[in-house]
Design a binder for this molecule. Structure first.
Ligand code: 5GP
Ligand code: MN
Length: 335
């Protein structure tokens, strides 16, 4: 990674910084935002981290998580803070539409913008773009950014913890989207004081009883599998949400259980959110779910993990998903 000298200068002198990540922030979103916050604070910058919506409960214990501002909840306060900022970081997203109304507000603010992201097809909305779709995670890119600044010594155990959170979540604990770099990075983080097993424990052993009951319900009553398309689906209704007392983030990772079926190539999780129907698609190998999400549902993401929203009903969205499978049958069965 090459960092232009104008950006190096900017980072070495304290600025008033805002760091953003995407709606429904995941471990990579929150990990990259907090890692960048602590790195920048080591240079004396004044930093605020702002997300459009709340993050899942398991990340509450990350250092700095309690200071994150949520646009949906504190819109006016976020606006007044943002008007004082002159340097903006867009982390783990590459289009202002991913931060909704906050994007409209930020678009018109004066200041320099830096994008660090690993999603496909970035919009040219930043002065400095570090877009690497081959990277495992934005957190990997944060480490490489700090390294390229010549600042590995500033990777404290706290920064390491945040970076490792995103690497672990976006690779499903080193099961996919891996590369040699992230093992080297992880080794370096551990040598710098990271408690790696503690982070895995925070992320994966944080379920409550209702999460396990919900998972059981999904697998026993809400799962379909079509062998001819090597495709699995799990769906949840509004009523399921009420019965199980499900909150935002509680369904994270459920789609991955479908991938553990030996012959599966395509996995879908389709569920009712309060105002929209949300799709999460996952694939194995060469099957490109980013293209499927974009073409049929106006969504996006990565080749093997993408998402989208639909304004049709749950039933219609499921029907539409089923109806497009024949188009991909050859591709799905090709490997
Ligand atoms: P998830 O299914 O876990 O919500 O998202 C999987 C990946 O797709 C993530 O990288 C996420 O950022 C991306 N993604 C999810 N929903 C959307 C969407 O509506 N539009 C776009 N462009 N990307 C999405
Ligand atoms: Mn990510």
């Amino acid at each position: 990674m090459e960092i232009p000298s104008s950006l190096r200068q900017l980072i070495r002198v304290p600025q008033n910084v805002a760091i953003f990540s995407h709606r429904n922030p995941d471990g990579d979103a929150i990990g990259s935002a907090l890692a960048m916050r602590f790195y920048l604070e080591s240079y004396g910058h004044t930093v605020h981290v702002i997300f459009p919506s709340e993050y899942p409960k398991e990340f509450e214990v990350l250092p700095g998580a309690a200071d994150v501002m949520i646009w949906d909840i504190h819109t006016d306060e976020c606006k007044s803070i943002l008007t004082q900022k002159n340097l903006f970081f867009f982390l783990d997203f590459n289009s202002l539409s991913r931060i909704d109304k906050m994007g409209d507000f930020v678009r018109d603010l004066p200041g320099q913008r830096v994008m660090i992201d690993h999603h496909l097809y970035p919009d040219p909305v930043a002065d400095f773009m570090f877009s690497e779709p081959e990277a495992s995670s934005t957190c990997e890119l944060i480490y490489r950014f700090i390294d390229a600044m010549g600042d590995r010594v500033r990777v404290s155990p706290v920064v390491g913890k945040c970076i490792y959170t995103g690497i672990v979540t976006d690779t499903g604990s080193f099961r996919h989207a891996t590369n040699p770099q992230i093992f080297r990075i992880t080794a370096d983080l551990i040598e710098r004081g990271l408690d790696d097993t503690g982070v895995q424990d925070m992320i994966f052993n944080s379920n409550e009883e209702r999460h396990m009951r919900l998972l059981g319900h999904c697998l026993a009553n809400r799962m379909e599998y079509w062998p001819e398309y090597r495709t699995g689906l799990i769906w949840l209704t509004k009523r399921d949400y009420e019965v199980f007392g499900i909150q935002r983030g509680d369904t994270e990772g459920i789609v991955n259980y479908l991938l553990s079926i030996r012959d599966v190539r395509l996995a879908a999780f389709i569920h009712n959110q309060p105002t929209v129907v949300k799709l999460s698609l996952r694939s194995k190998g060469d099957l490109d779910v980013q293209e499927i999400c974009k073409k049929h549902f106006n969504g996006g993401g990565h080749k093997n993990a993408s998402g989208a929203f639909s304004h049709s009903s749950l039933r219609e969205t499921i029907e539409k998903f089923k109806s497009i499978l024949p188009q991909y049958k050859d591709q799905i069965n090709a490997f």
